[in-house]
Design a protein around this ligand. Sequence first.
Ligand code: ZN
Length: 292
Amino acid sequence: MGKLVRSISADGTVIMMASDTTDIVATAARIHGTSKVCSAALGRLLTGCSFMGQMMKEEKGTVTLRINGGGPCGSVICVSDYLGNVKGYVMNPDVDLPLKENGKLDVGTAVGTDGYLSVMKDFGTGDPYTGQIPIATGEIAEDITSYYAISEQIPTVCALGVLVNPDNSIAVAGGFIIQLLPAAGDDTIEAVERCLNGLKPVTTMLASGMQPEDICVNVLNEFQMEILDEFDISFKCDCSRSKVEKALISAGVKELEDMAKDDVTSVSCQFCREKYDFTSADISRILIKASK
Ligand SMILES: [Zn+2]
């Protein structure tokens, strides 16, 4: 189980969320069999997406992030519900790249910078909002920061990290996001900048045993941070046989007629790899629905 904490400064100028997504990223890495760099890319996007989902007020709201910069890992896609539970996948999960000169996983090269980060917010009312910005670095955190600056005009600082063990298991993962509230003045901005100066990576904080609430209090140490609430978050897919059936119906009659020729058609969920088998009799039954 992952954990996400929300906090606000006592003077009402800054909000900060921090999370430990180690379990979530470990689940994603196990399901998708990701290489180290793909675990980092997917894990960072899952962690960022979870924050953005948590910011939705609508109970049926979801946020979908898709980043595709033309790099070897292909598109990375994540969806969060309004509580911060997430699911996601990376198109080419086994891409491996040499480490960067500073010894870090080269997420920016894996994702690429020739493309867009797109954000879709579905409020559950059938009229989703879509925003798209050119990729800044492909390192994900900078891209989310840049999305908020360009599309929502909210001054934001985002840090996301995934530490992968030599055996590809996930040591720690998590992040934080800081946003200025309308009451923030220049002095607030300067104080936040001082707090961030020389800050350790978020994975170092988590590996040292810090909890998300400790991260909020320690990072913004020039502010009196008050913890608002805490949420258990997890890797959660909402796929089901009936949803897959609906997708098959929308695939169209021609496609279904072809499938009906096979004894069994297997459809796997892209997000969680759950496999749904449909016999040719099942497909014929779905075909009747599709022809109506
Ligand atoms: Zn699924």
